[in-house]
Design a protein around this ligand. Structure first.
Ligand code: 8LH
Length: 473
């Protein structure tokens, strides 16, 4: 298969035929059963490599009594114990700074990144020069699939710091031969400046989170600019749900007059674009020859059949510095295996990744995802663009309240229009979620906007409980 080696050795001057929709036609369109056979062989190679180079994997697999050579089928691979984020943190605490799963000499590390670590110890990513090139090649290939081409300008509108998202987009654009514009995000006044630069550069591609693309459009309008004037062809998003949620995707496509592509898994799994839609296929394809993804039962860690929901478990097939082998994500999604409009023969996540299982909350026995609430509100005409989800315990039952902004147009029409929008939102949320949601409509621009990933849930239940305990209630 085209340049499919382990350790990888990509030719940095390779480009496909200009007219080909595929970067590597064989790898992308081959018979999936044949691909699975090749993946099993590759898994054995990657496992043997990781075992030879890391005490972490030696310990883990010796304890489980598993050897690389035992893996003869994808079902055998389900016996391999999963790797959790906590294990990586523990490994780095005991073997600072990169953990004993670092499989290359520290002197080979070319880039350091990390998790934001807002709670607890952050995790450090040590990425070798070879891996950096591999990631660039993988991302260029997937961005080609999105419809981006050499010479296109790609505007990276995400913070260029620890976050792997921005860097992954940047090096993919560079390898693709684009005019890469690492604009960044996050500094005061930067969004208004982005509006000016977008108008000047007219990029073909823009990378950000979906929340930030909505924010950028608001600021553009405040500055008297129609986002369509930027002339963007492809908006590719990662970091949070949105790009595969029809109401949000369609709204952003309409605002910018551009195609939205959803991509992204986890920083640890960089090349994180390995789950990504393409120019012709919505949702996210699982580019299995780069990172092998299983959608699995969150308790047994065994694959669920196509058509069912589970948590993604990821295995690097092309990384050599900190390869992740069966890293469990803790997200939820569902997968299908169907003919894809773009002709790629990968499985697909038709609704993308719904969110983290931890972010899901239960109201009166129903599982509710924050992304489902965003989906409903974004589909309502008159919604002002931001909301907060408040979970509280009034009596013995959990209650769900949503504070949602109305837009200027509804504000202009007065109290009846606001009330009626609130009633509509309440009815629609209750219908979709299967639980009653109280909606409180609030003024436009009540809530701060984000230039990164949105955080909208306020869980009041502990507060209520502690107040009750203080009162002896
Ligand atoms: C997503 C998505 C998505 C990530 N749809 N949820 O941006 C890609 C990488 C670099 C990233 O965001 O990594 P990070 O910061 O480790 O966050 C990973 C989590 O972000 C992941 O577990 C998901 O919960 C979420 N996420 N991309 C829905 N396209």
């Amino acid at each position: 298969m085209e340049e499919w080696n382990f350790p990888p050795s990509y030719r940095n001057d390779y480009f496909p035929d200009t007219n080909s929709p595929y970067w590597f036609r064989d790898r992308e369109t081959m018979d999936p059963e044949k691909r699975d056979e090749l993946i099993v062989a590759r898994i054995r190679e990657v496992m043997a490599y990781a075992y030879d180079h890391s005490p972490f994997y030696q310990r883990k697999w010796d304890e489980a009594g598993i050897k690389a050579n035992d893996i003869r089928t994808l079902a055998d691979f389900e016996e391999v114990p999963v790797v959790t984020k906590q294990e990586l943190r523990d490994s780095q605490a005991k073997n600072p700074p990169f953990g004993d799963y670092l499989c290359c000499p520290e002197s080979d590390i070319h880039h350091i990144h990390g998790t934001s670590g807002t709670t607890g110890r952050p995790t450090a990513f040590g990425i070798s020069r070879r891996d950096w090139e591999t990631i660039a090649n993988n991302h260029a290939r997937i961005m080609w699939g999105m419809g981006l081409r050499p010479g296109d300008t790609v505007f990276v509108a995400a913070i260029l710091s620890l976050y792997m998202g921005s860097w992954g987009a940047l090096i993919g654009a560079e390898r693709l031969g684009c005019k890469a514009f690492p604009f960044g995000a996050g500094a005061p006044g930067m969004t208004a400046r982005a509006v000016i630069w977008l108008g000047m550069m007219k990029p073909a591609g823009l990378y950000s989170t979906p929340s930030y693309a909505l924010r950028l459009a608001e600021v553009a309008r405040e500055e008297g600019v129609d986002p369509r004037e930027f002339g963007i062809k492809v908006l590719f998003f990662s970091g949070e749900p949105g790009g595969s949620i029809p109401s949000i995707r369609d709204k952003i496509q309409q605002i910018y007059g551009a195609k939205v592509v959803d991509c992204g898994t986890m920083a640890e799994l960089t090349p994180w674009m390995h789950a990504s839609g393409s120019a012709d296929t919505e949702g996210m394809l699982l580019w299995q020859d780069i990172v092998y993804t299983e959608v699995a039962d969150p308790n047994t860690h065994r694959r669920v059949p196509y058509g069912e929901q589970g948590t993604p478990i990821y295995t690097h097939l092309e990384r050599t510095s900190q390869p992740m082998i069966r890293m469990v994500s803790g997200d939820l999604t569902h997968w299908v295996m169907e003919d894809n409009p773009c002709g790629r023969t990968y499985p697909r996540l038709p609704k993308g990744i719904y969110g983290r299982i931890d972010d899901m909350f239960q109201i009166r026995g129903e599982n509710v995802y924050p992304s489902a609430i965003a989906e409903v509100l974004e589909g309502l005409a008159g919604y002002g663009g931001e909301h907060r989800i408040i979970i509280s315990r009034g009596g013995s039952m959990d209650e769900l309240a949503v504070k949602a902004e109305f837009d200027q147009e509804v504000a202009g029409r007065g109290p009846d229009a606001i009330r009626s929008l609130g009633e509509k939102a309440e009815a629609e949320l209750s219908r979709v979620l299967g639980v009653r949601a109280r909606v409180v409509m609030v003024d436009p621009e009540t809530f701060p906007r984000t230039d990164f990933k949105a955080q909208r849930v306020v869980d009041d239940r502990d507060l209520y409980q502690s107040l009750n305990q203080k009162r002896g209630g």
